[in-house]
Design a protein around this ligand. Sequence first.
Ligand code: TYM
Length: 330
Amino acid sequence: MHRVLSGIAPSGNFTLGNFLGALRHWVSFQDGHDAFYCVVDLHALTSDIDPAAVRANTLDAALNLLAIGLDPERCTLFVQSHVPEHTRLTWLLECTATMGELRRMTQFKDKGQGQEAVRVGLFTYPCLMAADILLYDASAVPVGDDQRQHLELTREVAVRFNNRYGETFTVPEAAIAGTGARVMDLQHPERKMSKSVDSPLGTIGLLDSDEEITRKVRKAVTDTDGEMRYDRAAKPGLANLLDLLAAATDRSPNEVAAGYERYGDLKNDVAAALCDLLRPVRERRARLESDLPYVHAVLSRGAAQAHEVASATYARAADAIGLLPAPPAT
Ligand code: TYM
């Protein structure tokens, strides 16, 4: 059975972008795959840290992942920092990747821009992400379009390590869906919808109410020529709305565009489709909130399952690179 791994950073409220670009595919990959999903709390330490918020957001992320339909009987759900091999393998990969490769990462350039004191962890972040993936011998990694470059780096590092030290890692492929892979901000359709950017009207939260969703879609920026066609470059706001309805109803954006003449009608249907999509998530989440011991039990079992796989891969990599096997614990 093919192994799948993906992760999400607990760095704010999950968005519709996270859901359409990645999380709904995580749910599908539970069938017919050996799926590992990870709340990557260590990645959330690369920007301003409020320890209480890190703790709360990590639990909140786990609740959301169960609420979207991850089933602990069909996947392994765990918290990254519970499996120490993630940081151990990161070091081996930092000694494999180059400064030049990391400097080219657009996410580093974007997030580091304008900051006076950029943390080393923000720079080496892609090595931690590569470790997340390679530890599980994942062949597919379901992510949104913005993670493409990180996946490419992961592949390069894996191939280099294998060539230098002997066949150790499975070289993974990014699994990026067609529609919904790049959901844009509703107010600033030239930039992606993001949980770490403050754009209250432009961002639809995973747990937004029907009223909030409808209000934000109605206020979404479009254009003034009133021409219904899918053109991301010339009509980014409209294209985003068409993409959203296409992703929510499993059609192509051109097909969706053919069914409308007026922007207002399109917006009404986008809002209705998104409400239908997210309502069950909110309902499941409300039920889970009253059973936190269950959530902790899932994470504890997930950590044990993940550790079993990760420790075997780490031992293989450590041996390949020439580290002496650790003496048995006394
Ligand atoms: P993160 O936490 O920013 O986002 C989680 C997932 O959501 C996708 N996504 C989007 N998709 C479409 N449109 C959007 N506007 C949008 N915004 C976010 C992301 O592509 C991602 O799939 N570095 C990763 C987390 C990570 C990871 C990993 C992922 C750490 N280790 C190992 C896969 C495998 C990140 O910051 O994602």
